[in-house]
Design a protein around this ligand. Sequence first.
Ligand code: UD1
Length: 331
Amino acid sequence: MKVLVTGGAGFIGSHTCVELLNNNYDIVVVDNYSNSKPEVIDKIKKITGKDFKNYEIDICDKEKLDKIFAENKIDAVIHFAGYKAVGESVKKPLMYYRNNIDSTLTLLEVMNKYNCKNLVFSSSATVYGSPNSLPIKEDFPLSTTNPYGTTKLMIEGILKDLYISDKDFNITLLRYFNPIGAHESGLIGENPNDIPNNLMPYIVKVATGEYDHLNIFGNDYDTIDGTGVRDYIHVVDLAIGHIKALEHLNGLRIYNLGTGKGTSVLELVNTFSKVNNVPVKYEITDRRAGDIAACYADVKKAFNEIGFKATKTIEDMCRDAYNFVIQNKKY
Ligand code: UD1
C-alpha cells in the first residue's frame, strides 16, 4: 500500500512516516518546509533504514500535486500539511484560511481525479472549544476560539460533506490532544522556529538555559493544583494511532487520540525536572486569554473500534523531549 504523507517532515508527520515504514508501507512525502527542515527526510531514512520518494512542493500548487499522483499510484493519503500556530492565526486569519483550506481542497480534487478515496486527516481537540464536561467524547458539540481551530473545523465539515456526496470515500478524522515528546533515537522531534507558544517546547528552552524561566499561566483554576490540566500524548503513540486509523479506514470515522489522563502544568514541570535531573525555573503569571481549566479525552471509541491505546508515560515524554534537544544541541 502506497501512502502519500502531506507535511511529512513536520513534527507529527515525521514520526508517522517512521511508523509507516516500520510497518512496511510504501510512502511518498510532500512538504514545502515552511515550518520544517529538509534534513528531517534523511533522519527518517536513517531511523528506519528505508528509502522513499519525497517532493518539495506546496500542495496548493495543483499542477505539481497532480504530477505526483500521475507518477505514483497513491492508495491513501495522510494529510498533516497546514499552519498550526494559534496566536499567529489570530493575527493573520486570511493567511490561515487561504493556506489550510485551499491546500485541502486542492488535495481532495486531485485525489478525486485519480480515484484515490482513502484519507486520514489531522484534526485537533481544539474543535471541542470549551467543553461542558470531561472526559471529552467524539459526539460533544463543536466550536472554536481562533482561526486555526476554525480551519480544522471547516475542513472536518468539508470532509463530512464529501463523504455524504460520495460514499466510496473512506475518511477518518483524528482529533489530537496535546502531542509532545520525540523519537527515542533523538533524531527527530519538535523544533519550533520561533518563540514557542506551547508548554513543552518552552520548558525545554528553560531547561537548556535559553530562557530564564517559564511563565505558568494561572494557578487559580479549579484543578488539582490550580494550574491548567491537559491530555499530553507521546508523539510516537500518536503516530501509531495513524497506522491503526489506516488499517481500519471504512466510511466516515472520528476518533480522539489522547491518553485519557489529565496532567497539570506543575505536574509536567516537576516530572520534567525529576526525570532529566535539571531545574526548570518558573513564575506564576495571569491566565492566558482563551485557555480552559482542563481538557482530556475519552479514549474508549478509539480503543474499541481501531484498537488504539497510548502506552507511553509522562516520564517517557519528558525524557524524549529533552534528549532530542540535547542531542541536536539546538540551544
Ligand atoms: C494549544 C492550542 C491547540 C493546539 C495545541 C497544540 C489553544 C486554545 N489551543 O493547546 O489548538 O492543538 O496547543 O499542542 O491555544 N502554559 C503555560 N505556560 C506556557 C505555555 C503554556 O503555563 O508558556 C499552559 C497553558 O496555560 C495550558 C498548558 O500549559 O494550561 C498547555 O498549553 P499549550 O501547550 O499551549 O497547549 P493548549 O493551550 O492546550
